[in-house]
Design a binder for this molecule. Structure first.
Ligand code: PMP
Length: 365
């Protein structure tokens, strides 16, 4: 089988050009006599790779100089725990707006802080995001946390919802951008902190990105081990211990590819096109396929959808596989299907899915 169109939610498809480059680099890095993954992280070769990745990420996301960038090992869940440890005092109030599964996961990582759920879409199955006017924010909160894009529920803060990012006054806004980072231009200066696990738009699993306003790092936070301290990590270029060098290298390659493709403006354009194609196919199917998310907050990255008859799910997935379309099975929390259409998914891949959906419906509708 040739490489399929891969709609996996994460780890997700990487650009083929990046995989080919990685394949070439795997055996020997330049004329170093060894692969980049076999060399010291303190050596000049890897330091160059790491610093270039940061420089390129700063270019791609237009990160202002008064923001630091960290590349912590591990995933987004770890950052969900670390942000409270680093930025909230013991017992201090933190505000969370929950718009889906990952917002709930973020809550589970909190200990020793006073959690206020300022708003939640739970009561309507996360099909909407509560309007900003309904949020019950606390004046003294250490931060307000949102999930920019909910990967499972397919719910994203979009302009149709209201002002994005939402205004939180003097309290810094912290956002989980794991599944939508770099899918459109974002004004970083509106956020106190942005974090993302890399395994969707930024490349491989095993490394995260944290973008944080430098003045926030002066906060005392809570007692924590040095390895969990963002300040120590920053002072050591995210290399207090051995970083996941291969993942960092791959992230850098993926970021470079996005810049070469035209940057976030171009991915904004492609995301609009791809998501429109798919939602139109679902909405125009006469109920054969359905997506129940309020159109004003539908995600452009993750499109969950259901077949009218769940009994057809297995046949749908089997046929999709035969048509070279993989990774479409929905998350166990929701069931049904989900197409994740991150930056590495070409428009042709979404078109192939839409064509398949129409053909499947002709046979089974
Ligand atoms: N937040 C979001 C929005 C996610 O999509 C995910 C993973 N799918 C996570 C957090 C958790 O990430 P990780 O598995 O890297 O801890």
């Amino acid at each position: 089988m040739a490489r399929a169109y891969n709609f996996s939610p994460g780890p997700a498809a990487l650009p083929e050009a990046v995989l080919r480059q990685a394949q070439a680099d795997m055996l020997e890095w330049g004329d170093a006599g060894a692969s980049i993954v076999e060399m010291s992280h303190r050596g000049p070769e890897f330091l160059q790779v790491a610093r270039q990745a940061e420089a390129d990420l700063r270019t791609l996301l237009a990160i202002p100089d008064d923001y630091a960038v960290l590349f912590p090992a591990g995933g987004a869940t770890t950052q969900q725990a670390l942000i409270a440890l680093n930025f909230a005092g013991a017992g201090q109030r933190v505000d969370y707006v929950v718009s889906g599964h990952w917002g709930k996961t973020a809550l589970k990582q909190l200990v020793s802080v006073d959690v206020n759920i300022a708003a939640s879409g739970d009561s309507d199955g996360f099909r909407t995001i509560p309007a900003r006017e309904t949020w019950r924010l606390s004046k003294e909160a250490a931060y307000v946390h949102i999930t920019a894009n909910e990967t499972i529920h397919g719910v994203e803060f979009r302009p149709g919802w209201g002002r994005v990012p939402p205004d939180t006054g003097d309290v810094p806004l912290f956002a989980d951008f794991s599944s939508s980072i770099a899918s459109e231009p974002v004004d970083v200066s509106k956020y106190g902190l942005i974090y993302a696990g890399a395994q969707k738009n930024l490349g491989p699993v095993g490394i995260s990105v944290v973008i944080v306003r430098r003045d926030l790092l002066e906060r005392a936070g809570q007692p924590r081990a040095d390895i969990f301290d963002y300040r120590s990590q920053l002072a050591n270029e995210s290399m207090l211990n051995t970083p996941p060098t291969w993942n960092w290298y791959l992230l850098g390659q993926t970021v470079r590819w996005m810049i070469e493709q035209g940057g976030t403006a171009e991915f904004d354009r492609r995301s609009a096109l791809k998501s429109k194609l798919l939602y139109e196919a679902i909405d125009g199917s006469g109920g054969f396929y359905r997506n129940e998310v309020d159109p004003s907050v539908r995600s452009r990255m993750n499109v969950p959808f259901f077949l009218a008859e769940a009994a057809l799910d297995a046949a749908f997935l089997e046929g999709a596989r035969e048509a070279g379309l993989i990774g479409l099975k929905g998350h166990r929390v929701l069931g049904g299907m989900r197409a994740s259409i991150y930056n590495a998914m070409p428009v042709e891949g979404v078109q192939a899915l839409v064509d398949y959906m129409q053909e499947f419906r002709r046979h089974h509708g």
